[in-house]
Design a protein around this ligand. Structure first.
Ligand code: ZN
Length: 163
């Protein structure tokens, strides 16, 4: 069975930045499960998986524009420490730390890169924005999606969406 729209795909992957060490390896846990054709994967990975089947191995190089997008310099902002969520008074902030802040689009994680007296300079870019990524993928399973999964626009079950 080939991967196309409305198939539920299970796969293992390893990802690293070109020439660097592994960032994530799904074999440390459950494989990833998703509904193909609903933009739930980064485009470079979804495109590469189209037409593949269970047992196939793929090595894919994904440029930023087909991955997590280019870095946006406007995403760097100075915020008040008091606006950080889940950070009680006295929390010690350090560069590199990931903190949660409220945005007009809801809470999101940002990376602290500079700590001031009362402010933090944070970077709201995805940590992998602007990076070229190398994925090593093994397709584990391909099946037809259920009507319910197609209605919801996501896969259900182990590794998929739980309700
Ligand atoms: Zn659902």
């Amino acid at each position: 069975m080939q991967i196309e729209k409305n198939k539920v795909v299970t796969f293992h992957y390893r990802v690293n930045e070109a020439g660097r060490e592994t960032l994530e390896d799904s074999r440390e846990g459950d494989p990833l499960v998703y509904l193909h054709g609903y933009d739930s994967m980064i485009p470079g990975v979804e495109e590469a998986l189209t037409g593949k089947q269970a047992g196939d191995h793929l090595d894919v190089t994904v440029p930023p524009e087909k991955g997590y997008g280019p870095r946006n310099d406007n995403a760097v902002q100075r915020i008040s420490k008091s606006h950080v969520l889940h950070a009680p008074r006295g929390t010690k902030f350090l560069p590199g730390m990931m903190v949660q802040v409220n945005t007009p689009n809801g809470p999101r994680s940002v990376i602290v890169f500079k700590v001031g007296m009362t402010t933090l300079d944070v970077d709201a870019n995805h940590p992998l924005a602007g990076r070229t990524l190398e994925f090593s993928i093994d397709v584990v399973d391909v099946r037809d999606a259920t009507e319910e999964e197609i209605t919801h626009g996501h896969a259900h079950g182990v590794g998929g969406h739980e309700h």
